[in-house]
Design a protein around this ligand. Structure first.
Ligand SMILES: Cc1ncc(COP(=O)(O)O)c(C=O)c1O
Length: 452
């Protein structure tokens, strides 16, 4: 590697002192970033036209001062500054401290279909015309919208054509677009599930709306509590964090309410592909496309890092959402969109989901067996769906303290956050082998606060 070193204008009597000065200042100023590999002594003495001993001594001095370190066989490296070292050690320490990831939000990223996506990307890059690499249509590429219209119709009973679909980066992004479109029409109050996924409430607040919490029980949203709101966001296929599935009676009541009130239902279908006991119930949107906005993403099915989602909109909202999308410009890369369309069209997404479903079904069964064995007095709730179960805690238990204690032991779990105390335990990212020790850890956390 080439290094910019100006020995002539550096202070210092000897060549060695000048070289040390240049390197020291380069490191202090950040021009030479931490982990930068310096040239070998042989190479640098050739570049500078000085003897090898000069370079050797300068490297030795700066190593002694802590500016450089040597990596066995890997040459001389710029050491992190003290502040940097602390900063970079902290995330490493945090992540290495995570021994069992039971986050309900993390899918099995190890199962990501890397090879299938690489093949799809290769195909896209070979076939895409040059114009396809220009700025994308704010609605998303026509290929992906067509592929999704067919896929969502087949798998989720969604009734749509490609023109009603807008491609987003995530469900959160889609919700923001819908809330802003409603706010622009003068809507002020919207209903959200309580407890619910915090992203729903946060996106509504950011759009200037007032989120009105509506309670959820084991049949899902308590529809009769909906009052004077223009829209409600629900996750009918699998509610977070209760794990409830909206009952058939409530589904009907919700759509009756929407029709009667002239209101809109926003259907968050975020993990509906994962149902382990029977076929998932179809979407609400398929029952009444005029009153339901449908949203989904690849965050749970493929990976949150793919940044791909979609919303299906009734005609009246389409124009303002597209205008908003056009100005905000958060449009996923057309190359990624085309590759995802290819995965759908070639049946790769279906194959991947079949594999993932098998994996999650057995991880869920193993978790339930461990919980029954080690914590038999605590009831487990939640449909056989998605990526988590809910573990009820004894009345009066301090959810937040337990979640904190678990973090200290390297176990990531979530609190239910409202209603009776309960923990949300994900099994998506936990391998079968890790389930038993994770539950042992969990049992120890639950025993801890009660003893103290
Ligand atoms: C109910 C619900 N909807 C949506 C999401 C996130 O979706 P996205 O990553 O696509 O924004 C989550 C959580 O991860 C969730 O729990």
């Amino acid at each position: 590697m080439d290094l910019h070193i100006d020995l002539a204008s550096s202070p210092g009597r000897s060549l060695r002192a000048r070289l040390e000065h240049c390197l020291r200042e380069g490191i202090r100023s950040g021009q030479l970033a931490a982990d930068t590999r310096l040239p070998s002594t042989r190479e640098l003495c050739r570049q500078l036209g000085v003897s090898r001993g000069v370079v050797f001594d300068a490297y030795a001095q700066l190593t002694a001062e802590g500016y450089l370190h040597t990596r066995g066989g890997g040459g001389t490296i710029v050491a992190p500054a003290v502040g940097d070292a602390e900063r970079s050690a902290a995330p490493a320490a945090r992540s290495s401290a995570i021994r069992y990831d039971m986050s309900p939000f993390t899918p099995a990223l190890g199962g990501f279909p890397r090879r299938a996506l690489a093949t799809a990307l290769t195909r896209v890059l070979r076939d895409v015309p040059d114009q396809g690499l220009g700025l994308p249509d704010p609605a998303g590429t026509a290929q992906l919208r067509h592929a999704l219209a067919a896929y969502l119709g087949r798998v989720r009973g969604v009734r749509t054509d490609a023109e009603q679909i807008v491609i987003t980066t995530s469900l959160r992004h889609g919700l923001g677009l819908v809330w802003r479109a409603l706010a622009a029409r003068g809507v002020r109050r919207v209903a959200v599930e309580q407890p619910g996924w915090p992203g729903t409430r946060d996106t509504a607040l950011r759009a200037g709306l007032e989120p009105v919490p509506i309670a959820v029980d084991e049949q899902g949203l308590i529809v009769e509590r909906l009052d004077d709101v223009a829209a409600v966001a629900v996750a009918p296929a699998h509610q977070y964090p209760t794990g409830a599935v909206l009952s058939p009676e409530r589904r009907r009541a919700l759509l009756d309410w929407a029709r009667y009130a002239g209101a809109l239902v926003i259907e968050d279908d975020y993990d509906a592909e994962y149902r382990y006991d029977h076929q998932p119930v179809g979407s609400l949107q398929g029952m009444d496309p005029a009153h339901v906005v449908y949203g989904g993403s690849t965050s749970k099915t493929l990976a949150p890092g793919l940044r791909l989602g979609w919303i299906v909109l009734p005609e009246p909202l389409l124009g303002s959402v597209l205008a908003d999308q056009g100005t905000h410009g958060t449009i996923p890369s057309p190359i990624v969109q085309l590759a995802f369309a290819d995965l759908i069209e070639r049946g790769e997404l279906d194959r991947h989901l079949r594999r993932q479903r098998r994996r999650y079904r057995s991880q869920r069964a193993a978790l339930l067996a461990e919980l029954a064995g080690r914590l038999p007095s605590l009831p487990v709730r939640g449909a056989a769906a998605g990526l988590y179960v809910v573990l009820d805690l004894p009345p009066g238990a301090d959810e937040a303290a337990i979640v904190k204690a678990a973090r200290r032991r390297g176990l990531v779990i979530e609190a239910r956050g409202a209603g009776r105390p309960a923990l949300v335990l994900g099994y998506g990212a936990l391998s079968i082998d890790a389930i038993k020790p994770a539950v042992v850890e969990l049992a120890a956390c639950l025993a801890g606060p009660r003893r103290s």
